[in-house]
Unconditional design. Structure first.
Length: 401
DNA sequence: TCTGAGCGT
């Protein structure tokens, strides 16, 4: 803010490359260029690094043919690049060639980092982009397949408006991507022809693109219509036959399994799948939390492994946050403890300041003190008092901190 | 396992 207002002309200024007198050929005194050139030769260049300037783009695009003008779009207030630009050629044919030759090529910034750009014809009508018509999704892509390779593979089925392989922060393929065709027919054709086929020896999936929101609601719908159940807290003496019998009462069971170890001993959980959702729901309603062979059954919708892992991860994170806020202001960290200092000695030192809810000297796997520990009080007042009194105080021969 | 982002003077 207070730094001297250094102007960085090249990052702000709109460079209108000077195209010698050739520009206003037909109507020298009419300010705007004849509309014939503008709409047909206007390219949209996306995925630009914010440091890319008009001048840098000019150098590249003017190699193809005479460029009429270039604009990097910027935030009205901050002037920061919005990451896309327009390149207007005088001749539509040059735009076509730029698409062929420069699309997916690297564009360098001043620091000489390279960025893949994505070039399309400027399409001011947002309708096509909004509807997702003709947009397809491809997964299980070999990691060697990049934007260009994807484009080349799918261009056989129709005009590709845009195409992209999803990548991680290092630019490595995530194994899936998108191809947006001009028409729905081209998309259908590509799906019919490529879905299930081998690309670089990998069997790819090709289907219509579904937006994240749509996808989630479909998933929720599927979850609501579950037929597969997960059962736990099953007495390990319960046999497969008894298990089957229990669940058969609620409908047509298509599969039922008590999980067992190598020796065939029950692991105390299992899965049951019904033909109909209503049957599965009934089994949950009637059996969950009921007594079976002396144990309270746990019966719920079975989760996919990934879904279960996601849930576990979330609850772990949540627990961590709760723990942190719970101990905020009442848990003390004490270091410089003598080696023979144990939990009891630590407690004895801090007991005078209040009620200690937990107290621990940390040790390595051999049981040797790490020289630090924690004391948790029941209230922040007590903890504050303990800090005031004990910080830097000598216990034995070392200072506690 | 994984279903983008995106259009001006």
């Amino acid at each position: 803010m207070s730094s001297p207002a250094v102007q960085q002309p090249e990052s702000v200024q709109v460079v209108e490359p000077t195209i010698p007198p050739a520009v206003p050929v037909t109507a020298p005194y009419n300010p705007p260029a004849p509309q014939a050139s503008a709409p047909s030769a206007s390219l949209y260049v996306g995925e630009l690094d914010p440091t890319v300037t008009e001048a840098m783009l000019f150098e590249i695009f003017n190699m193809i043919g005479p460029v009429a003008s270039i604009r990097v779009c910027r935030d009205a207030v901050t002037r920061r690049s919005l990451g896309y630009a327009y390149v207007n050629y005088l001749n539509a044919a040059d735009g076509e060639r730029a698409l062929e030759q420069l699309n997916y090529s690297l564009i360098k910034n001043r620091a000489c980092s390279s960025y893949l750009s994505r070039i399309m014809w400027s399409q001011r009508d947002p309708a096509l982009r909004k509807t997702g018509q003709g947009n397809i999704f491809i997964k299980n892509l070999d990691e060697a397949i990049d934007n260009k390779a994807l484009h080349d593979t799918f261009a056989a089925f129709g005009n590709v408006l845009s195409c992209k392989v999803a990548t991680d922060e290092h630019g490595r393929s995530k194994g899936y991507g998108f191809v947006h065709y001009e028409t729905a027919e081209a998309a259908d054709n590509a799906i019919k022809s490529v879905n299930g086929m081998l690309l670089n020896d990998k069997k790819v999936y090709v289907g219509h693109h579904i937006s994240r929101k749509e996808r989630q609601s479909k998933l929720d719908e599927m979850k609501a219509q579950f037929t597969n159940l997960y059962i736990k807290n099953l007495d390990t003496e319960v046999t497969q036959e008894e298990f089957n019998e229990l669940f058969n009462r609620f409908g047509n069971v298509t599969s039922a399994l008590v999980a067992t170890d190598e020796e065939g001993k029950s692991k105390g959980f299992g899965f049951v799948n019904y033909e109909k959702h209503e049957e599965a729901q009934k089994a949950v309603d009637e059996l969950h939390d009921t007594d079976f062979h002396g144990k309270k059954l746990f019966v719920t919708r079975a989760q996919k492994k990934a879904e279960r892992e996601e849930e576990l991860r979330r609850s772990y994170e949540q627990a961590k946050i709760e723990k942190m806020s719970k101990y905020q202001g009442i848990n003390l960290y004490i270091k410089n403890l003598e080696d023979d200092f144990d939990d009891e000695k630590l407690r004895a030192e801090f007991e005078p300041f209040g009620t200690i809810t937990s107290c621990k000297v940390m040790r390595d796997d051999k049981g040797t003190s790490k020289g630090f520990g924690f004391v948790c009080f029941s209230s922040p007042d007590e903890a504050t008092k303990a800090v005031a009194e004990m910080n830097n105080k000598m216990i034995g021969s070392q200072a506690a901190a």
